[in-house]
Design a protein around this ligand. Structure first.
Ligand code: HEM
Ligand SMILES: CC(C)=CCC/C(C)=C/CC/C(C)=C/COP(=O)(O)OP(=O)(O)O
Length: 298
């Protein structure tokens, strides 16, 4: 009897893990953090903490829904790449139909939550981000052009704007600066990984930059984008949106980013690219936390 219970518990937790993988839960958590910061930096309009938290859950559900659709649409590519060949839809352990029902459930619940706890503008803009990632990037751009992630990166950059609009109900210049930060961060974030995994993309015939233009050219682009990112990150300070604390953290983080990108280009070791990719994730997380701390705790 106990062994049946144990077996049931194990297969249940394996299923839960599969569905979390489908949602790209770690990416979604970082997206959600950037949305929280968008909310936190917006002018205070008296919304309750509960409404704010439920709004973030709504955004996270739509982002998860987009990730599940990405697994369905990309399963042909995922099957051909080492990094992705054990994903649940690629292996068939979750069927297309199950994944589709799951993604639509997340979509409907997330959209309704945004209408109920934020506003229609936030709900529609989040849906635009979903379509941008799940269809325009995944179905069209990823398979056609090495600029895929530059254009597609726009969807992943939207959460701070979504957080801000959920507070104010309208768009203004400041949240677009936050969008620009993630937008310029995305190419070096992804190309560092793509350099490391070039063979995967070659095998799957996906026209990522290292495949179409070579590793050296991609490294140069990573370095140039790291300089651009450093400049863009200063803008919140220059317009008076953030103060000295944010500026110091930003300069430090981006200094390390540029150094690592320079190292990747000129003194590359075997693991330089993947280390830069991992660093990029920590960098964005700390940068956004610094924006928040700068506004509320300093
Ligand atoms: C079009 C834009 C983007 C592309 C092409 C991209 C690409 C990737 C890829 C291929 C991975 C590896 C995933 C894996 O091995 O499962 C990854 C990981 C990750 N990305 Fe991005 N990314 C993009 C935008 C973003 C954005 C906007 C964020 C957050 C704000 C983000 C956060 C992360 C995180 C946290 C991970 C680590 C996930 C893990 O360890 O499972 N990415 N990204
Ligand atoms: C509603 C909303 C805010 C949507 C955000 C969309 C979202 C989840 C963006 C994250 C981007 C991402 C993980 C790209 C991975 O590229 P890939 O799919 O080519 O990577 P893979 O090879 O790992 O599948």
């Amino acid at each position: 009897m106990t062994s049946y219970v144990l077996q049931f518990q194990r297969s249940l937790s394996a299923k839960v893990h599969e569905y979390l993988v489908l949602c790209k839960h770690k990416v979604v958590m970082l997206l959600a953090l950037t949305a929280v910061v968008g909310q936190g930096l917006a002018p205070y309009v008296g919304r309750s903490l509960l409404e704010q938290m439920l709004t973030i859950v709504g955004i996270a559900l739509l982002a998860s829904s987009a990730a599940v659709i990405n697994h369905i649409v990309d399963s042909d590519i995922d099957k051909k790449m080492k990094r992705t060949d054990s994903r649940p839809v690629a292996t068939g352990s979750v069927t297309n139909r199950q994944a589709f029902v799951f993604s639509m459930t997340l979509l409907v619940i997330g959209f309704c939550m945004l209408v109920a706890y934020a506003n229609w503008l936030t709900a529609w803009l989040t849906l635009v981000a979903l379509v941008g990632y799940a269809f325009i990037y995944t179905l069209v751009l990823k398979r056609r052009t090495p600029q895929n992630i530059v254009i597609g990166g726009f969807a992943g950059a939207m959460p701070p704007l979504l957080g801000w609009v959920s507070e104010t109900g309208s768009m203004s210049a400041e949240p677009w600066l936050l969008v620009m930060i993630i937008f310029t961060w995305t190419p070096p974030h992804f190309w560092a990984l793509a350099i490391d995994r070039k063979k995967d993309y070659e095998n799957a015939k996906v026209p990522m930059l290292p495949v179409t233009h070579g590793i050296e050219f991609t490294k140069t682009m990573v370095l140039l984008y790291s300089v651009l990112l450093t400049l863009v990150c200063v803008l919140p300070f220059l317009i008076g949106m953030s103060g000295n604390f944010y500026l110091a953290v930003s300069v430090l983080l981006n200094g390390v980013f540029m150094y690592r990108a320079w190292e990747l280009k000129f003194v590359a070791k075997e693991k330089s690219a993947i280390k830069l990719f991992i660093y990029s994730i920590w960098q964005l997380m700390i940068l956004f936390i610094a924006l928040f701390i700068d506004k509320w705790l300093i």
